[in-house]
Design a protein around this ligand. Structure first.
Ligand SMILES: Nc1nc2c(c(=O)[nH]1)N[C@H]1C(S)=C(S)[C@@H](COP(=O)(O)OP(=O)(O)OC[C@H]3O[C@@H](n4cnc5c(N)ncnc54)[C@H](O)[C@@H]3O)O[C@H]1N2
Ligand code: MOO
Length: 397
């Protein structure tokens, strides 16, 4: 199957997940599926915007009480000539006309008193402007105001905003659950690989790639070679095999004696949607639908081939399920690339002012080039030209 057709088919194969209410932190990076409205006004009541004295009428003012943020509000209405010592954010008493910040406050003698008095009562004075330093109820955000529309991306700032408006959950499209199955008797997961062994280089990049595309890796299972373990891991009811889920199989996609994925999928009655893609690297990649509704993505064992295949089949379907389509980017190509007569080539490049620069080191078995690059240039079969499509490589963080 041509590369572009495989990518489009992968996107179509995933239905959009139904919106769900999730706790705020889980909504990060998702899109809102409903407008976000204020459940409460901000601020909720009239509050002091400065530490100082809430005052009524003209000074000097007799200090009749104090109120802290979180403390009990002052119980009575202030009368002209009265002040209440107040903390920033504390409810302003009824009748308060302004807040006099400490910095602008002078100790005042009681009216009609000749000098500084020794009474236990306190008098304060200072210049205030009517209404100054009191944030009125709903002044920042009115109750019921719609602050964000459906489709808005949930950023860290959106989480803080939603919390301040009284929300504990947000309605978003959930992250599609991806289960990773790493096959290969020769594959080890820690330390230096002994001769004939190889460190798993695919399992470590999948969670970041899936998260970046809008999904979530729910678990990783390491499988020995052989059809039995793979069949059990993809059987009905196994993690990643249900509707709205994805199982990613690393390795076992080619034609060797240990490459059992095709046979296992046939035995399970899966519908093979993509069986090989005309792309280099990564042609032995597969997409299938299990009878239970789950999708299986087969990635080749060579790590750069697996990355190229993950960007061809896995990322588009995860994005589609999450409702977060990628933008299309084209660029000039600032360096030579090899062109294949029948296959699309995916070439690691770095964007620069001159265009996309091929970084080399792009053998299927090595992620060196992909690690140096920030995008893959899509070089169609027989291509000649100047502008080229780029697909973004996932960034960290
Ligand atoms: N007769 C054919 N042989 C091969 C073909 C073909 O079309 N006909 N295609 C070649 C290409 S291209 C690729 S890519 C590989 C894909 O093979 P598999 O998906 O079956 O993967 P394996 O055979 O298990 O492994 C291939 C290679 O990758 C190493 N590997 C496997 N898993 C990992 C991992 N998690 N991390 C790092 N490296 C891994 C494995 O040791 C092998 O060296 O098939 C070609 N052969
Ligand atoms: O798909 Mo294999 O890509 O070249 O190593």
């Amino acid at each position: 199957m041509p590369w572009a057709a495989a990518r489009a088919l992968a996107a179509r194969s995933a239905g959009r997940l139904e919106p769900a209410r999730v706790p705020l932190q889980e909504a990060l990076g998702r899109r809102l599926t409903a407008p976000l409205a204020a459940l409460v006004p901000v601020p909720g009541v009239d509050v002091a915007a400065m530490d100082g004295y809430a005052v009524a009428g003209r000074g000097p003012w007799l200090v009749v009480g104090g109120v802290l943020a979180g403390g009990a509000p002052y119980g009575e209405a202030l009368r002209a000539g009265e002040a209440v010592e107040i903390a920033t954010g504390a409810p302003a008493p009824a009748g308060a006309e302004a807040v006099l910040p400490y910095e602008h406050t002078v100790a005042a003698p009681p009216p009609g008193h000749g000098g500084a008095g020794h009474e236990p009562v306190t008098w304060v004075d200072g210049a205030v402007e009517a209404g100054r330093h009191i944030r009125r109820r709903g002044e920042d955000i009115a109750e019921d105001a719609v602050v964000l529309g459906a489709g808005a991306m949930v950023t860290p700032a959106v989480l803080g905003l939603a919390a301040s408006l009284g929300h504990d959950t947000l309605l978003v499209r959930p992250r599609i659950r991806v289960t990773v199955l790493v096959t290969g008797d020769e594959v080890v997961h820690a330390g230096l690989p002994a001769p004939g062994r190889v460190r798993d280089a695919i399992g470590p990049f999948l969670p970041g790639l899936v998260e970046w595309a809008g999904g979530r890796v729910a678990g990783e299972t390491r499988l020995p070679d052989g059809p039995g373990p793979l069949r059990a891991a993809l059987a009905d009811g196994a993690p990643g095999t249900g509707a709205g889920e994805v199982a990613v199989v690393c390795g076992a996609s080619s034609k060797g004696p240990a490459d059992h994925l095709r046979g296992v999928l046939a035995r399970l009655g899966a519908e093979l949607l993509v069986d090989g893609v005309a792309v280099r690297p990564g042609h032995p990649q597969m997409l299938a639908r299990l009878p239970g509704g789950g999708l299986v993505v087969g990635l080749p064992g060579n790590p750069f081939a697996a990355l190229a295949a993950a960007l061809t089949l896995l990322a588009p379907l995860v994005r589609e399920a999450a409702g977060t389509a990628a933008g299309r980017e084209t660029s000039a190509l600032a360096g030579p690339v090899r062109v294949h007569p029948r296959d699309t080539r995916l070439v690691p490049v770095r964007r620069s002012g001159r265009g996309a620069v091929p970084v080399g080191h792009d053998r299927p078995g090595s992620l060196w080039g992909a690690a140096l690059a920030d995008a893959l240039a899509v070089v169609p079969p027989g291509w000649s030209g100047e502008q080229i499509e780029l697909i973004e490589l996932p960034l960290g963080g």
